[in-house]
Design a protein around this ligand. Structure first.
Ligand code: ZN
Length: 280
């Protein structure tokens, strides 16, 4: 809660415009809903074109406090409505949800707020085990993602592992920016490594946007390879013929997923020449 001048200054310093090259993604500031209905001072209702840049920078301290309360409370209002809707459509919905999970999919996606796995795929609660991080990376020193993969494969017995990137990925763009990004450097270096692996292909693409789009795709392919390098995936596939791994890319311009159609069997064979971990 921001109720002091120091707090407000801190808040304002956080919303100061950041140079484009330093952004991981366009700041997606929440817009208060029904802001004017619960406030005697009308809260600015920016147009869709300006909502990312001028939402609360011009607000008075009191309005910021109200704005924070509203954006917090609206989540609970939505949650109540969602729970009521689910129960109305299926009175047993939450009893079934409580019984346990049996997801078919493991989704490894980008943290970008615009790509909610379930919403863009029509999946329901219980359908997908989800892991998201900046630029959908699968690093073998990241205990988080490696634990997620091991648990999803060995215990949940997922049938599909999807690595889903997206065009316009701020993480991929930031990785290729000639800047020191502090704590993000080691994380984003994994993407520079992808570029280095595919340098010849990428360097001949003259158009910068096309080159960036291709790097997004190649990053997804390399992360698929990293998933397949894991012992849990190799051992489960040898025994059960699942999971299989997919590389997809989401496009903001049309909301569609593109399947990169990786040849899972061929990729597995190629990887096992060096990274064979099927014996335990
Ligand atoms: Zn991204």
């Amino acid at each position: 809660m921001v109720n002091s001048r120091v707090g407000t200054r801190l808040l304002q310093s956080l919303i100061r415009p950041i140079p484009r090259t330093r952004l991981l993604s366009t700041p997606n500031l929440p817009t208060p809903r029904n802001a004017s209905s619960s406030s005697s001072t009308p809260t600015p209702q920016p147009s869709s074109q300006t909502r990312h840049t001028s939402t609360w920078r011009d607000m008075a301290e009191n309005d910021i406090t109200k704005y924070l309360r509203q954006t917090h409370n609206r989540v609970f209002e939505h949650n109540k409505a969602w729970a009521a809707d689910k129960k109305a459509k299926d009175p047993e919905f939450f009893a079934k949800l409580s019984a346990g999970q049996n997801p078919e999919y493991l989704w490894i996606g980008c943290s970008d707020s615009r790509i909610p796995a379930e919403q863009i795929t029509g999946l329901e609660p219980g359908d997908a085990f989800v892991h998201r991080n900046i630029a959908n990376l699968v690093c073998n020193t990241d205990l988080n993602v490696m634990s997620v993969i091991a648990y999803a494969v060995a215990h949940l017995k997922v049938k599909h592992i999807v690595v889903c990137g997206h065009y316009g990925c701020g993480g991929v763009k930031a990785a290729m920016t000639a800047k020191d990004l502090g704590i993000l450097n080691p994380w984003l270096r994994n993407i520079r490594d992808v570029y280095r692996l595919h340098e010849r292909e990428l360097d001949v693409i003259a158009d910068e946007t096309a080159r960036y789009d291709r790097l997004v795709e190649l990053n997804v392919l390399e992360q698929c390879r990293n998933v397949i390098k894991s012992a849990s995936v190799q051992q489960s596939y040898a025994k059960n013929k699942f999971p299989i791994v997919h590389g997809w890319v989401f496009g903001f311009h049309d909301g569609l997923l593109k399947d990169l159609e990786i040849d899972f069997e061929a990729m597995l064979r190629e990887i096992q020449k060096i990274y064979n971990l099927t014996e335990n």
